[in-house]
Design a binder for this molecule. Structure first.
Ligand code: ADP
Ligand code: MG
Length: 167
């Protein structure tokens, strides 16, 4: 499948397990709500890329203008790792997209709009016997993502206008 892949959607509530259980918050967007079609054939697994979100670097929503005006290119772009899948560890029944942004925010930002530019695939989903081994793997994924995204072809993608276009 050709990278980068674009996906966007509103950030919705999950079960609150990312932060509470793993210490790694993941912003969830419903796969069904993604604005780019043909996602059925996106393989389950862990990916890395860039996330544009219409919030500032503390996590607060940007001021929205009325009826299509004043909607400047606000928001920010950060590194992210994401999983697409059934989350076997939690026996999920629907496929979800969960995005961990590599930035420390001060606030939640449910309802914000997120534009994802998926740059590459890290690994398939595994079934975990322990929470500790899941956390260990996520931390490795984060390191792999950081190292990949600092390489020039991926770093250049951070400047894509699409990431900060919040219709
Ligand atoms: P949920 O199950 O509702 O997704 P989580 O415990 O996974 O709950 O927390 C995710 C929420 O935390 C996101 O929707 C977002 O509002 C907030 N959040 C704060 N920091 C981050 C971050 N670095 N990456 C992703 N989400 C974050
Ligand atoms: Mg989550």
């Amino acid at each position: 499948r050709p990278f980068p892949i674009r996906l966007s959607g509103p950030i919705v509530k999950g079960f609150g397990r990312g932060s509470a259980d793993l210490g790694i918050p993941t912003a969830n967007i419903p796969l069904a709500g993604l604005s780019v079609g043909g996602n059925e054939d996106v393989e389950s697994g862990v990916y890395y890329g860039w996330a544009g979100v219409d919030i500032d670097d503390t996590g607060l929503r940007k001021e929205r203008g009325g009826e299509g005006e004043g909607r400047g290119p606000g928001g920010g772009v950060w590194e992210m790792v994401m999983s697409i899948g059934w989350n076997p560890y939690y026996k999920n029944e629907v496929r979800s997209v969960e995005v961990h942004i590599m930035h420390a925010f001060h606030h939640d930002f449910y309802g914000a709009r997120m534009n994802l530019l998926i740059c590459g695939f890290i690994r398939p989903e595994y079934d975990y016997v322990s929470k500790e081994s899941l956390i260990e793997d996520i931390n490795v994924d984060i390191e792999v993502a950081k190292r990949s995204l600092e390489r020039e072809p991926y770093l250049n993608l951070k400047g894509e206008k699409y990431l900060l276009e919040f219709g």
